[in-house]
Write a protein that binds this ligand. Sequence first.
Ligand SMILES: Nc1nc2c(ncn2[C@@H]2O[C@H](COP(=O)(O)O[C@H]3[C@@H](O)[C@H](n4cnc5c(=O)[nH]c(N)nc54)O[C@@H]3COP(=O)(O)O)[C@@H](O)[C@H]2O)c(=O)[nH]1
Length: 525
Amino acid sequence: MRRRIIIFLALILAILAIVIPLALTIHFSRERAIAAERAHMQEYANWTLLRAEQVLTDAKDVLAQVGEGDCSVGHIERMRQLAIDSGAVEEVGHYDGDRLACTGWGKVPADVVIGRGTPSATLAGGYALHLHVKPRISHAREVMVLGYRDHNVLILPQRLVDVLSDSHMILGIATRQGTLIAITGRANDGLVGQLSRQAMTGMDDTDIYASVQRGDLTAFAIADRSAIDAKLGSEMRLLLPIGLVASAILMLLILWVSRQRLSPEKELKLAIRKREFQVHYQPLIELATGYCVGAEALVRWRRPDGRWIAPDLFIPLAEQSGLILDITDHVIEQVVADLHAMLLAEQQVHVAINISARDLESGRFLDVLEREIAKAGIAPGQIWLEVTERSLINPDTARATIARARDAGHLMAIDDFGTGYSSLSLLETLPLDALKIDKCFIDAIGRDAAASVVTPHIIGMGRALKLNLIAEGVETREQDAYVRKAGVQFAQGWYYAKALPADEFMAFYRDYNRGKRSRFLSVAA
Ligand SMILES: Nc1nc2c(ncn2[C@@H]2O[C@H](COP(=O)(O)O[C@H]3[C@@H](O)[C@H](n4cnc5c(=O)[nH]c(N)nc54)O[C@@H]3COP(=O)(O)O)[C@@H](O)[C@H]2O)c(=O)[nH]1
């Protein structure tokens, strides 16, 4: 269940690890494209402003150079020459009072009356600006007129906005007060009015735009929003690799974390934290009396989905990772919690707890054991400890811990005896109380197997060491009869009972011993 949740979460996170960086890449690419296009519009509004300022400066220069005039031949010649030399003005004219008297083309005929008119705007320095003027002398295209004192110049408005652009856009120039002077194409009137009045940048459903103001003028640039899409491609090409790398890093991170979470060691750690372990008890039978005199505590892992996991599958990992220390502590606490009432009431009953090589090395379990049994008032002799032959790899440390345990009053048994290649001389030096003959030798009884020849020797070895013998894995009547006859003191195995939950074990103990009680007490005494 937990595994499935982790895999499900990892899948969701993996999808998010792809979707979020990609969505952010698209979002930031779009933001950058918009910002770039706004800056682009601003740049062109600036170019337009510069161009318009240049044209007006040229026109003002012409007005400054023309000097005083009286429509003499020399004056007219000067006006014509200035118009030819200037790239900005089309014509220069001279007023006599309120009437245009002559231009670079010559004197204005007496029957043609051209007044000064009302200026559309007045520019700094006292220049009068007239817009949308149709010249009556040259009959040229619509112009704007810049007047100063007795002279004026005609300027083609397009000159103010003739800026080469790198993409399709509309450029415009207006007076500071918002009167449009020139524009390069058709655009939304409302937007043009807005841009002519103030410096701004922005975007609406169809356009992206910017306007700038300086001195007497406002310049603006407008482009279709599709310009953003064109930039989006290049921004995406820039940001997409970053987005893909971020996705890949996130995916690797998720993979790493989920592998960690799914690792058996991590699961075991979590199971210890959540106390998912339970202890079952396999009854131990005293063969001479036929009584159940105790049990071996065997740990089981109950997963949150209800599945039981056998110790064979997790004890080796727990030993390898050191987590066995915590499991042993848990088993001790559980045994005391489960059986303390029974152990107090039935002082002849004992429980055997399995101790690993790591436990022997650290000796920590003894502190936990002492604390727990002292709290419950259980006699130390009612707790036996089983160590396998294989866990005696470091005999000196093992000997010290075994001695400590025996000094505390516990009985020590060697488990799986016969499979661990312990030498008789080593076993002789250890302070032991019992030997458990491994199941493989019990299995061999009555069979034509190589081990069957060894079984009597294993029993003989136990006897030679003057230790109590326990036969484990007894499954048949024949095996029971054999070990009884061979003088083995105790036996456990499916022939008597499997490992049972605490309450079932206590019920088994009551039922199994019923009717045998008086005889048992006399034997125990
Ligand atoms: N360090 C710890 N080791 C522990 C602990 N609890 C268990 N173990 C060790 O795990 C191994 C497997 O144990 P389990 O699956 O519980 O099997 C035990 C018995 O159920 C099984 N058994 C007993 N009688 C019979 C039988 O007649 N037939 C049959 N096929 N199996 C039988 O044998 C196991 C008991 O083994 P042993 O400990 O050698 O007496 C096992 O090595 C456990 O020791 C723990 O808390 N700590």
